[in-house]
Ligand binder design. Sequence first.
Ligand code: SAM
Length: 215
Amino acid sequence: MSLEPSVKRVSRKIPLEDDPDDFVGYEVLIDFMKQRALHELEGDIIEIGAYMGRGTAKLAKFVQRYGKRVYAIDVFDPSLDKTMSKSGIKAGDVYEAFLQGRSMLEAYQESTRGFGNIVTIREDSKKVSFPEEQRFIFGFIDGCHQQAYVENDFHVIWPHLVSGGALGFHDYKFDDWPEVTKAAEKLIHAHKREISEAYEIEGKYNILSLLLIKR
Ligand SMILES: C[S@@+](CC[C@H](N)C(=O)[O-])C[C@H]1O[C@@H](n2cnc3c(N)ncnc32)[C@H](O)[C@@H]1O
């Protein structure tokens, strides 16, 4: 019998940049990767839900010296995400509000300009798949917050994640998006034999991300 991995808390050691268009605090994720030397493993990074691309650019900057790519998946159209939060707000309306009249795609292009190691996939994440030989050292899920999507996004990444690599869920245990918590808990249970460690890490706005390490 194998037990569920216990979720350990990582205390944040580094300050977050003052960057209003980064909604995660990607420095925390990059620091986690550095601490575990994930860049020494073979493979790329994948991000589902790139939005304005601030995190995409930070991830690309971190791994460009190691010859790694960042695959960024997004529909780049705020009107497409009609998911309702627990407090009754439509996800797409939140994206629109923070864009303050900007086009999401243009904001993304501006953030990521000049990075030759970003592969942008403008697609619904349910339609994305990778060739068998693709390897990822790190994947981050912050796209549509419906349970079916979170589960889908996990399955897009997990088969390609290398041993020792990490997969993260943003908004884990965030009141507004209970389906992320439900999906993550279901996935941990179903894949417990393939998970060696689990961590929760605090980013911007005190929001937690869950990071699973593949055995
Ligand atoms: C919360 S935002 C991501 C924020 C980003 N991680 C950051 O901190 O800057 C969620 C993103 O997921 C995208 N999205 C929503 N549904 C999607 C889907 N089905 N496929 C791909 N992207 C989707 C939205 O367009 C939006 O940009």
